[in-house]
Ligand binder design. Structure first.
Ligand SMILES: COc1ccc2cc(-c3cnc(C(=O)NCC(=O)O)c(O)c3)ccc2c1
Ligand SMILES: [Mn+2]
Length: 250
């Protein structure tokens, strides 16, 4: 009942999804971080990579660039060096990206149902963002240490699928380093390897950074919403909008 129609309902598909779900539930509830390798298999992984490469060569990526000019400091320090585009996976020539998204949805929704009556962590997941396809173009592009959701915007799980073949971390850099709360001074070093998917709690429990990349580095990210936190964030947003739209509140 949880597999999208076009994913074959073969036994091994259902079993594979269940296995991955058990891993995700165990690791997320133990560590707050979960890595799954060989997520799609080489052939499907390459089909997704081909679609991302053609989107990139079509010039559809926009700078995710945020620069900080702290108190007029002369040097503009780049906070984020990635280029991004947002997809829902139903676009033309994106059917394999669409298949990836459906498989991640199936895992998250199944894990959500499987674990103590429909909660992964203490969340009730009822939606997600579009897929953010990101490219760090090399030349030392990086992302300083940050939290994806520091102020309860509703996002509870970050899922990142990596597409980088023959990635040599010593030559190419681009390591994702997570500093999980409660791990004392231990860190999680995640290499952005081809056909690897990573899940982690999006909130302040997981500050993380992308170290400088010296080769083009691709990833596809989905953020899943917790129903309650998302509703509360939308209510807050509406309230702020009304307050700010009243005359005299500029
Ligand atoms: C207001 O519009 C936007 C649009 C896109 C945004 C994307 C990010 C983001 C956050 N995290 C990462 C990351 O941690 N990547 C880890 C990895 O690639 O291994 C990343 O690449 C990108 C943050 C804020 C945004 C705001
Ligand atoms: Mn992030």
């Amino acid at each position: 009942e949880f597999l999208p129609s076009f994913l074959p309902r073969s036994r091994n598909n259902l079993e594979e999804i269940d296995d991955i779900c058990r891993n995700v539930i165990r690791d997320m509830n133990l560590w707050g971080v979960c890595v799954v390798n060989n997520f799609l298999g080489t052939e499907k992984g390459l089909a997704v990579l081909d679609e991302v490469l053609s989107i990139h060569s079509a010039g559809l990526f926009r700078d995710g660039q945020l620069v900080s000019n702290k108190a007029g400091a002369s040097d503009l320090k780049t906070i984020r060096g990635d280029q991004i585009t947002w997809l829902d996976g139903k676009e033309k020539n994106c059917q394999n990206i669409g298949m990836l998204i459906s498989k991640v949805d199936a895992i998250i929704m199944r894990a959500n149902k499987m674990h103590n009556n429909g909660k992964l962590g203490d969340y009730t997941i009822n939606g997600r963002t579009k897929a953010m396809v990101a490219c760090y173009p090399g030349y030392g592009s990086h992302y300083v240490k940050h939290v994806d959701n520091p102020n309860r915007d509703g996002r509870c799980i970050t899922a990142i699928y990596y597409l980088n073949r023959d990635w040599d971390i010593t030559q190419n850099g681009g390591l994702l380093r997570i500093f999980p709360e409660g791990w004392q001074d231990q860190v999680a070093n995640i290499e952005p390897l081809f056909d690897r998917i990573l899940f982690f709690w999006s909130d302040r429990r997981n500050p993380h950074e992308v170290q400088p990349a010296y080769k083009t580095r691709y990833a596809i990210t989905l953020w899943y919403f917790d129903a309650e936190e998302r509703n509360e964030a939308c209510r807050r947003y509406q309230r702020d909008k009304e307050i700010n739209s009243k005359p005299g509140n500029s």
